[in-house]
Design a binder for this molecule. Sequence first.
Ligand code: AMP
Length: 592
Amino acid sequence: MDRPSIIHKDAANQRLRPNWTDYADERGRFTWDQARQDLHGLPGGGLNMGFEAVDRHAAGTLRYHAALRFVSRNGPALELSYAELARLTNRFANVLQSLGVGKGDRLFLLAGRIPELYVALLGALKNGTVVTPLFSAFGPEPIATRIQIGAGQVLVTTDVLYRRKVCQMRVQMPSLRHVLLVAEDGGITHEPDTLDLATLMAAAPDTFSTVATTADDPALLHFTSGTTGTPKGALHVHGAAVAHGATARYALDLHPHDRYWCTADPGWVTGTSYGIIAPLLQGVTSLVDREEFDAERWYTLLAQEHVSVWYTAPTAIRMLMKAGPELAKRHCYPCLRFVASVGEPLNPEAVWWGQEVLGLPIHDNWWQTETGGIMIANTPAFDIKPGSMGRPLPGIDAFIVQHLEAEGEPPRVRVIDTPDVEGELALQRGWPSMFRGYLNNEARYAKCFAGDLYLTGDLARRDADGYFWFVGRADDVIKSAGHLIGPFEVESVLMEHPAVAEAGVIGKPDPVVGEVVKAFVSIKSGFEAGEPLRLDILAHARRRLGAAVAPKEIAFLPVLPRTRSGKIMRRLLKARELGLPEGDTSTLEAGA
Ligand code: AMP
């Protein structure tokens, strides 16, 4: 079918007047100081993300309004009003106080989308405790690595996840003072060296005075992956709430009576910034589905739960597309008003699929763990160009830059003004949700900046109308089903298998999940490269890393290509895998 290259904004947003309609005008007027005025601040001064998300509304007209609505396959929906959420988060903050956990201490969360996770995150924020949500699909290795790097003092998880993924690694996490368990069967937990969260909550007082945090105090620590070394902990501050609130209005078009559904896992920055904080800041009702992806279920939820704003991801959209339009057409979606997506490139086909099947185009937007909030988006205020990430939001200035520095020097860049030229995507520093450091890694943080520009590590181009188009990553990091996976972390675990001599990991393009993790290994003498060994290495990786991170494919090579300085040339592995030109191989070690 012939489709135009633009979807006109009036055709895309017919059901309610959007929050903004004039891009240039709003950008001209916007200041972050003014956006800060939308929040209350703490009674004695200062700013606290948890207070703004919950208590501010609990004390006002939204008191009895549903804040979170949990649905699951088994059992009735559970709704928490802003007032109930305030009470429960107060209790959790009191639990932390009773354990001697205070401001600046670090709490990790490892759970599916259970109510306790939301209560713990928001309660910890009110206590000034820094929160790290982890993917519950992680295996024991990534969990332990992150708790070690973050020197986590408290872990909130379920009894089942604890037994499966944490217990055996606990000696490797000496910083962990308290493990608080939620019983998955709703009862009381009795694991040695742990505490039962329900018992503690029952004994905790209902009132709590939010700890005095400032906009610059740390609130969240999100782990992300790089090409080399261990995962990086990106530190975000309470002031990020200013950006969460403003961007939710601009890029998600949240209105006060919306029923909003963000499908992101809370272990990913999207699941926190826009799955928890931003919708609560806007005082809307957030739907939380406790189940995994299921096309039939998702369409039913969109229809029956009267979802009006839906924020999801390209992999999910492609899986829905794969399930066929008939499934979607069993329902109608009269309440659905705005659909957005993030995390990976969204192909134009998917934008059009939205238009044809849901009656609404998908608004792609771009951001990353380090930016803490949406930076570039297709919004209601201008026409959509399917395939593009959109334009920078008010308060955000984005550029395409070219590097000028020599190897080993600090970054130095030149801004490219000419449209349609590829380069690295860079952002003018100064937005409130910008990360404030990589934990214990100042040098790595410094490398992300060239003067006042934050270098994103993504390659992109800007067209003459100011729309940005994603080109690829500047590094070897893999994006699989929305997960950012560091090849080094996977290679390290593969190397622990007794048969593996060396390992190189790449992202292999996949039509549904974007990229799948593929590993190349060479094996030690005395082992036989065959199917049983391949399956054994796959099982080892899955056990240690978890399904989300482990390779889906493993291939044997007699030797891996390395540079003369000994680094595995992942790019070359990828080029060879895809039958692409091998590029510059002048640094390739002889014989590889
Ligand atoms: P994460 O920090 O895990 O959220 O991953 C951020 C990375 O995901 C970005 O640096 C991009 O490489 C990729 N990404 C996010 N949004 C988009 C998008 N709309 N289009 C293309 N890539 C995206």
